[in-house]
Ligand binder design. Structure first.
Ligand code: ZN
Length: 327
């Protein structure tokens, strides 16, 4: 069943962004970069600039094309802040005026629309694809093993061996032969847009909204801290833990089954190196928190995937409001 007001396909996102620009020019500013394959990648910047004064800034991003719920969640949340009603018909769970007057929120609802549009479905509900099949959509097909292809930060179709039989949707094409995983390499539209925004915005919090499969587990949501958490300044660690606890509180409230443990990303080896290279500098500057919500499972239908992703975002916004009041 189609979840009410689900927007994640780039055609739908582009249409809605154009509509919002017409309807809410005082509350919404839009910046964009263009992908090599042609789609615009939007930064939707919300806030009531006329209210003046110091503002606390938060940026929320969704990196992965096989994880559509955080995009649907951000679009729903933005609708609630702009119009007072979500695309699902629900009102905002926090004081809309307080949010718009105190905070500037930058949303990157989909930094790889070129990947998203290659997905065979608008959401992954566990009824059509096994996880093995899903993973081959994600990273492409390795024809030698018949399973999913490799996970690289950046690769060149002329150099990899074996070449993938299909290109995974997680990858963003950045030149005729080159591809990147958006949150692992600075050549991605994610980082191009993020670094441009950081020239004129001063962010107090970065939230990365993700999904994963929770194979063999009953849980449907978890908090991840930066892989370099142990090396971060204490004031950043403290704020990240606050956000993590707040997220779990929100997930409990909306009927989720969150993991109670809050831990740093557990990668080692090459994947850990990718993260240190791509994010290490940012981790020393501001709190960065990741949420993971269950994907491709009968245990977590798409409407609930969106609800949980949105709850994670609201948790961050609620904490940013609190920090703002303390300054
Ligand atoms: Zn992800």
């Amino acid at each position: 069943m189609k979840p009410k007001g689900w927007v994640s396909h780039p055609d739908d996102v582009e249409r809605l962004v154009a509509q919002w620009q017409q309807e809410y020019p005082d509350l919404l500013a839009v910046e964009q970069v263009r992908q090599f394959t042609g789609r615009p990648v939007f930064a939707l910047i919300l806030g009531d600039a006329s209210s003046g004064g110091d503002r606390t800034e938060v940026i929320l991003e969704k990196s992965h094309a096989h994880e559509p719920a955080p995009c649907a969640a951000m679009m729903n949340l933005i609708a609630k802040l702009l119009s007072g009603r979500g695309l699902d018909g629900e009102p905002p769970p926090l004081d809309r005026d307080a949010v718009l007057q105190s905070l500037t929120l930058t949303f990157l609802p989909d930094v790889n629309p070129g990947g998203t549009e290659r997905a065979p479905v608008k959401w992954w509900d566990g009824t059509q694809y096994t996880n093995e099949e899903f993973w081959m959509w994600m990273r492409g097909l390795n024809r030698e093993t018949g399973r999913m292809w490799e996970r690289y930060d950046k690769w060149d179709l002329r150099e990899v061996d074996p070449r993938p039989a299909t290109i995974g949707i997680v990858y963003e094409q950045v030149s005729e032969y080159e591809y990147v995983e958006p949150n692992r390499h600075h050549d991605s539209s994610l980082f191009r847009l993020l670094f441009r925004l950081m020239e004129t915005h001063s962010y107090s919090l970065l939230m990365s909204l993700h999904q994963t499969e929770f194979v063999g587990q009953m849980e449907d949501a978890m908090v991840l801290l930066p892989i370099l958490f142990d090396e971060q300044p204490e004031w950043i660690q403290k704020k990240e833990m606050e956000i993590g606890h707040k997220m779990i509180e929100w997930w409990d409230r909306v009927g989720g089954r969150p993991m109670k443990k809050i831990a740093p990303l557990g990668y080692s080896g090459m994947q850990a190196d990718y993260f240190r290279r791509a994010w290490g500098n940012l981790y020393s500057q501001m709190p960065c928190v990741t949420s993971e919500v269950r994907n491709n499972s009968l245990l977590c239908p798409p409407s609930q995937q969106r609800t949980l992703s949105e709850a994670a975002a609201w948790a961050g916004i609620e904490m940013a409001l609190r920090w703002h009041e303390q300054t």
